[in-house]
Design a binder for this molecule. Structure first.
Ligand code: IPT
Length: 916
């Protein structure tokens, strides 16, 4: 039987090791030539003249350097489904470089190692073909001893084809980006050296069991545990061992040596096991607060510099992410060293996805075709062998979205053969025949609850949930509650960490921007961080929801809960601030009570943390700090605000009511300030969660005409104040909203009391419920007392704390790669927008309103495709809302929860306006 899609000529896969054996890093400038088809002619001879070729850095994704173009598809293959064939149009990059090999390497066995070549690389050394890689994100090593000439210049030539049979196995949702995108090295394998090592380090109640599989005769040392030149291939029982967990990532430096070679290891002791249907580490339930992580960089493609990786892991830690699924292929090997060190659980996924076969009824799916068995087994074996020594690796995953079939069993078998200790994951097979955990993606809260409540069964994880596309995700607290209620619902992995936008000028491109004939638009922009890895508001929400120290108001006390899985609260400091109307009046610091994991206690409030006599809304804010990080925050309202007086007393005369001037029933000036509005406004620029998914609410909004409401002033009645009624309705429909604007004023300010009644059968939720008005663009400074500092919406407001904040209209914007509704500040009591001289507008809520301010209209925001389409106009457009429809996560998952649904029901909004 033909074996399709596998590499040839490689040596046996083995662990990634840190060794003192000599090696040469082949990163740097290579000669490069791109051809449109696979057969570009001979180029591998050592004396081939490549002087006319360009140079290209290795590692690189060549389309990011001006050769060809990136292309994005999610599920659809960008070539006909004609396995194993690929089109004649097969961009092919020929790479050459000269390497001086020291004379001292004579007589040594030498391997040439490739850590990532997308998708197939044919390799020649000094003109002799040594084999080819296939499996883009997998390590391949070739024995080049016979072809190398130590003491001379040697030529390494690599022909990389963008498409290969292997491409059928690599239909992951990401940019198609060919190239040698990870390291290339020449490595000496000394005679009598250590080719491979397998660390088994178990932990049980203070005791570690260590066995290191290595060549017979090698010696093991773990100085921190008193082991010196101990035997390999045998169990060592060790007392006084500290366990490895993501919260306590204790590593022990170790070496395995022979006379010829020393390998350095960092050993973490932990036992991962399924016990009574629960996935446990060191006997305790695991709770995944995870993210899916792709490897992508907005300028470099699949090449992600190590310092960028380190910074992104620090950002994850700061937001209490404790787990990573390497969607959907093994990561750069260095990631796992960092995850050991910093503390993350990692599900390492095989480089395997065949999702596009689903669109063809899964016909000819490689998962169920014996011609592909060898390739799939090879991929799984390479995955497990390379990364088997990492304490962070909690499970292996057979791949993603590859349907079902006999090759799942083959992959599971080889994974278990190589590593019998780690559980297996695969989401695509509902029968779970080959896995140790039950995994689903995007299951609704109801489904999760049903799974949680069912008796027996496997541990349950959501390998993907909370699709973070555009503005969102909502619903994180709903899922957290389920993970906390049902022991077998062991958390999940947010889809996904990063927006894969490609930098173009000062904005980011997405699918279709490179003229791809088939593409999936902005589905590649669905991360918690923007393409340049700056956090989006979704990450702030994740940080607040995942925070291990929970401070929750319960009646008139604040409860602290230790949400760590493996450590108590020793060393956690609580910083408290008492503020009246947002102005701090007292602060202090206390140690957190030393609660064990899962325990809670009412916080005894420190002396002084009581509202001072007088009026004003009083809040106690408590922030938990550990190791320089914020690990929790919560608030308790100590005194409610007294109701604000509505302004009244002035009569409407001429055009004026107190300081306000009206024309045709609409406010046009207040004091010296020109304005237009406020008018009823129900539209928002649809977010991705409104637009995509099974039953996109934005389509229903458009069908209902909510984006094209017209206004008819029905009556203007004056007297004590001014009452304007208006009928607001879309063309072609007899459904409407009746808006009654009741204005009252004193000498200083006007108060609007708006009442809105839908008439007719509005069977759709509303995007927003409020008013819009325009004020002069110079009033760009913003100050508010309310939720902040960041953007928040009704089902994504965990990170927002009530306080006093300052910003600018420009800084209130969230630059979602595809522009959409953004920037809302929630539960605002008071806001002030001023010009540099301090003149402007004060807004006072009765009691609160939602605040959005931007330099473009909602229509412009709705029409924009990229951030550069948004051009500041003359005015500031203010939106003051009684409510918003929730964010949900419907782009791929459930819509907002019923309580976050903005029903078309009567509503009121009361706000006082005062010119400053
Ligand atoms: C799911 C994929 O596993 C993931 O790679 C990504 O494409 C995500 O969707 C969407 O952004 S598959 C989906 C059809 C449930």
């Amino acid at each position: 039987m033909t074996a399709l899609g596998r590499p040839e000529g490689t040596v046996r896969p083995r662990a990634a090791l840190h060794t003192d054996a000599p090696s040469i890093d082949l990163s740097g400038a290579w000669r490069f030539r791109l051809s449109p088809t696979a057969d570009a002619g001979d180029f591998w001879a050592a004396d081939f003249d490549d002087s006319a070729w360009d140079t290209l850095p290795v590692p690189s994704s060549w389309p990011m350097h001006g050769y060809g173009r990136p292309a994005y598809t999610n599920i659809t293959y960008p070539f006909p489904l004609d396995p194993p064939h690929v089109p004649t149009e097969n961009p092919t990059g020929d790479h050459r470089r000269v390497v001086d090999v020291p004379a001292g390497w004579a007589g040594e066995r030498v391997l040439l190692r490739f850590e990532g070549v997308d998708s197939l690389g044919r390799i020649w050394v000094n003109g002799a073909e040594v084999g080819f890689t296939q499996g883009s994100r997998l390590t391949h090593e070739f024995d080049v001893t016979a072809h190398l000439r130590p003491g001379e210049s040697n030529v390494v030539a690599v022909r990389v084809h963008q498409w290969s049979a292997g491409s059928y196995l690599e239909d992951q949702d990401m940019w198609w980006l060919p190239g040698i995108f990870r390291g290339v090295t020449l490595e000496v394998r000394p005679a009598g050296g250590i080719d491979d090592v397998f660390v088994h380090a178990a932990f049980d109640g203070g005791r570690g069991t260590l066995r290191v599989d290595a060549p017979a005769g090698a010696r093991l040392s773990v100085p921190g545990l008193g082991l010196r030149d101990a035997a390999v291939n045998t169990d060592h029982l060790l007392d006084g061992v500290a366990p490895w967990t993501p919260e306590t990532p204790t590593l022990y430096d170790a070496t395995v040596s022979t006379d010829a070679e020393t390998v350095s290891l960092r050993i973490g002791f932990r036992t991962v096991a399924v016990v009574d249907g629960i996935l446990t580490a060191n006997g305790r339930r695991i709770f995944f607060r995870g993210v899916n992580r792709h490897e992508f960089h907005p300028d470099l493609g699949r090449v992600v510099p190590l310092e960028v990786v380190r910074a992104e892991l620090a950002l994850m830690k700061a937001h209490h992410v404790n787990a990573i699924r390497t969607s959907h292929y093994p990561p750069h090997a260095a990631l796992l060293d960092l995850c050991d060190e910093l503390g993350f659980w990692v599900i390492v996924e095989n480089d395997y996805e065949t999702h596009g076969f689903e669109q063809n009824g899964w016909r000819n799916n490689p998962t169920d075709d014996p011609r592909w068995t060898d390739a799939l087994v090879d991929r799984m074996r390479r995955t497990v062998e390379r990364d088997k020594n990492h304490p962070c690796v909690v499970m292996w995953s057979l791949g993603n979205e590859a349907g079902v079939g006999r090759n799942l069993a083959s992959m599971a078998t080889v994974a278990r053969e190589v590593d019998p200790d780690r559980p297996l994951h695969y989401e695509g097979d509902r029968s779970c025949a080959h896995t140790d955990v039950h995994s689903r993606m995007y299951a609704t809260p109801d489904e999760v609850a049903e799974i949680g409540a069912a008796a027996g069964g496997l541990p349950f994880v959501l390998c993907e949930y909370a699709h973070a596309m555009g503005n969102g995700p909502g619903l994180l607290t709903t899922y957290r509650e389920l993970f906390e209620r049902y022991p077998r619902c062991q958390g999940g992995f947010v889809w996904e960490w990063l927006d894969h936008g490609i930098r173009r000028g000062n904005q980011f491109a997405y699918g279709g921007d490179f003229g791809e004939p088939v593409h999936d638009g902005n589905f590649v922009i669905d991360g918690l961080v923007f393409p340049d890895r700056t956090p989006s508001p979704g990450l702030a929400e994740v940080g607040a929801v995942f925070a291990p120290v929970r401070l929750v108001a319960d009646g008139d006390t604040l409860t602290v809960r230790n949400g760590y899985d493996h450590r108590d609260l020793t060393g956690v400091t609580l910083e408290w601030t008492l503020a009246v109307d947002g102005a701090p009046v007292a602060t202090g610091t206390e140690p957190a009570p030393p609660l064990a994991p899962g325990e809670s206690a009412a916080l005894s409030l420190p002396n002084g943390a009581v509202a001072p006599p007088g009026a004003g809304e009083a809040w106690l804010t408590v922030t938990a700090l550990a190791g320089g990080l914020r690990v929790g925050a919560g608030q308790l309202r100590l005194r409610e605000a007294a109701p604000r007086p509505r302004r009244s007393g002035r009569r409407f005369a001429g055009d004026t009511l107190g300081p306000a001037v009206f024309r045709a029933g609409e406010l046009v000036a207040l004091g010296g300030l020109a304005l237009r509005g406020p008018r009823l406004d129900l539209w928002r620029a649809p977010i991705d969660n409104d637009i995509f998914g099974r039953d996109p609410v934005a389509e229903r909004w458009r069908a209902a005409g909510l984006h094209r409401l017209t206004h008819r002033v029905v009556s203007v009645a004056s007297g004590e104040g001014l009452t304007v009624t208006s009928r607001v309705a879309p063309a072609g429909s007899d459904r409407a909203f009746e808006a009654t604007y009741t204005w009252t004023a004193d000498d200083d300010a006007v108060t609007l009391a708006l009442h809105v009644e839908p008439t007719g059968d509005w069977d759709v939720p509303l995007p927003r419920a409020g008013v819009a008005l325009a004020i002069p663009g110079r009033c760009g400074r913003v100050e508010w007392f309310g939720g902040g500092p960041g953007e928040a919406y009704v089902d994504s407001d965990t990170a927002a704390l009530v306080g006093r904040y300052e910003s600018t209209v420009d800084a209130l914007q969230t630059p979602y790669v595809r522009p959409q509704e953004n920037g809302n500040r929630t539960k605002v009591r008071r806001a002030v927008l001023t010009d540099p001289a301090g003149a402007g507008l004060e807004l006072l809520g009765h009691p609160t309103f939602e605040l959005t301010a931007r330099r473009w209209s909602t229509a412009e925001l709705t029409a924009a495709r990229h951030t550069d389409d948004l051009v500041p106009g003359r005015d500031i457009h203010l939106h003051l809302d009684a409510g918003h429809h929730g964010l949900g996560t419907a782009a791929c998952g459930p819509p907002p929860a019923p309580e976050a649904w903005l029903k078309a029901e009567p509503f009121d909004l009361v706000i006082t306006f005062r010119a400053l």
